[in-house]
Design a protein around this ligand. Structure first.
Ligand code: SF4
Length: 77
């Protein structure tokens, strides 16, 4: 499972950083982002996308469902 925050949709409420604090943080721009983005993906597309360890997947899904603006994108690949 992979996750990313759509910066153009996030309002920086911080909910995801409480629900899945191992994965999400508030960045310097005041918006959420994944803490350990895949470096290859970052260089290729400029997107901060993180592979989510199994132990954190439930929290990431919770965070995604709780995000008031639907800014957390989760993919199963
Ligand atoms: S819960 Fe959603 S809107 Fe709030 S900081 Fe996280 S991604 Fe942004």
């Amino acid at each position: 499972m992979k996750a990313r925050v759509k910066k153009d949709t996030c309002i920086g409420c911080g909910a995801c950083t409480v629900i899945a604090d191992q994965i999400f943080q508030i960045g310097e721009d005041g918006l959420a982002e994944v803490i350990e983005p895949d470096k290859t993906e970052l260089e290729k597309s400029g997107e901060k996308i993180q592979e989510i360890p199994e132990k954190d997947q439930e929290n990431v899904i919770d965070a995604s469902e709780s995000c008031p603006t639907g800014a957390i994108e989760v993919s199963k690949e």
